[in-house]
Design a protein around this ligand. Sequence first.
Ligand code: SF4
Length: 200
Amino acid sequence: MTTLVQDAHWTALAACGAGKLAPDALFVEGAAQREARAVCTACPVRLACLADALDNRMDFGVWGGMTERERRALLRRHPQVPSWRKMFEAAMEKDFLTLAERKSGIILRFNLDAALRGDFKSRQDGLAIQRRNGIINGNEWRERENMNPLSEEDGGEDYWVESGVTVVGAEPGTPGGPPAPQPPKPAPAPAKVKTCEQWM
Ligand code: SF4
C-alpha cells in the first residue's frame, strides 16, 4: 500500500493562514460571510478544512467555503456519514487515481496530524489502550496507520484479553471465563513404615 499525503498539516497551506487575513475575518455574520468565503474558492486545502470542520462540528465561522448554516444543513441531510474526512478521501481516490493506481495500492490521505487524527503520540496512546483492552487487533491498528496487515500466523488478527479479567457470567474454562475447576489431586500414598519385626 502506498499512501500519498499532503507534506504538511493542512493549516500550513491555508489561503487564510499566516496573517493573510485578519484573525476574525472568517467569523463574520450575514452578507459578510459571502465575501469572507470567497477566499476559500482557490484555497488548496479546502476539502481538508471542510472535513475538519464537519467532523468536529465547528459551530461558528466560514470553513472550507461553507458558512455554519450551510454546514449544519449538510450534516442534517447526511446524518449517516460517520467521517467526512474518510468520505472525501475515498472520493478523491475515485476521482484522481486511475484504476491501475488504485489496484496497485495507492491511497490518498489528508495530513490531519494534530487535528482529526491527533498528534502521533496521542494517537498511538489511544490505539494502545484499545489494543490492550481487546477492542482492536494488530491489523486494525495497522489499518488506521495505513500500514500493510500482518498474516494470521504472525498474529495480525489476534485480540488480546488482559490476564486476570473475567467476563461476568462466562462459563468456566471459556475465553474470558474463570479457569475451569481442576480435578482433585490424588491423595499422597501413605508412607511405608517398617515395623520392629521387619527390621529383625
Ligand atoms: S478553505 Fe477557507 S477557511 Fe479553510 S483554510 Fe482555506 S481559506 Fe481558510
